[in-house]
Design a protein around this ligand. Structure first.
Ligand code: HEC
Length: 130
């Protein structure tokens, strides 16, 4: 249940972090797409970019089209959900690792997470069935 505590923690932090205020950069779906291509496509299939991912890894298309109502929350908290907790670090958060990262780490800022969500929402608008 360790990951669940992290999700609750992340939700609290995200509630405090209001996008579009302070020194947060403009929301940019293209920047989010670039992040997905650079980092997520290592394992996930990202639309219009790579055709092959790692077998057990859900494609972005399948995820944004998911019938489950929590798909968007999963994107918001992905860095706390397995397997990402082991190799994704958010610059603004202090995270304590239980185990060393098995793959090259991904380091993102909160602004990167905002851009990713704009991109994911754009994908969902294109790909989700009404
Ligand atoms: C090293 C491989 C790897 C990388 C890199 C990676 N993921 Fe994943 N991701 C996975 C795997 C494997 C799963 C499936 C986990 C499962 O089904 O339990 C997953 C699942 C997810 C899920 C669904 C989580 C759930 O519990 O249903 C989201 C959302 C997600 N990834 C977002 C991202 C984003 C955004 C990035 C890039 C910033 C990224 N991932 C990078 C391997 C990766």
């Amino acid at each position: 249940m360790h990951w669940f505590r992290n999700v609750v923690f992340a939700a609290l932090i995200m509630a405090l972090h209001v996008p579009g205020t302070g020194q947060a950069a403009e929301l940019d779906g293209d920047a989010g797409e670039a992040i997905a291509r650079l980092h997520c496509a290592r394992c996930h299939v990202v639309p219009d970019y790579n055709r092959m991912g790692i077998g057990s890894t859900p494609s972005f298309k399948a995820m944004v089209r998911s019938a489950a109502k929590d798909w968007r929350h999963k994107f918001e908290a992905f860095y706390t959900l397995p397997p990402h907790g082991n190799f994704v670090r958010i610059k603004e958060y202090r995270q304590i690792r239980q185990t060393p990262s098995a793959v090259a780490p991904i380091v993102l800022g909160l602004d990167d997470l905002d851009h990713l969500m704009v991109y994911v929402d754009r994908l969902a608008a294109e790909l989700r069935k009404p």
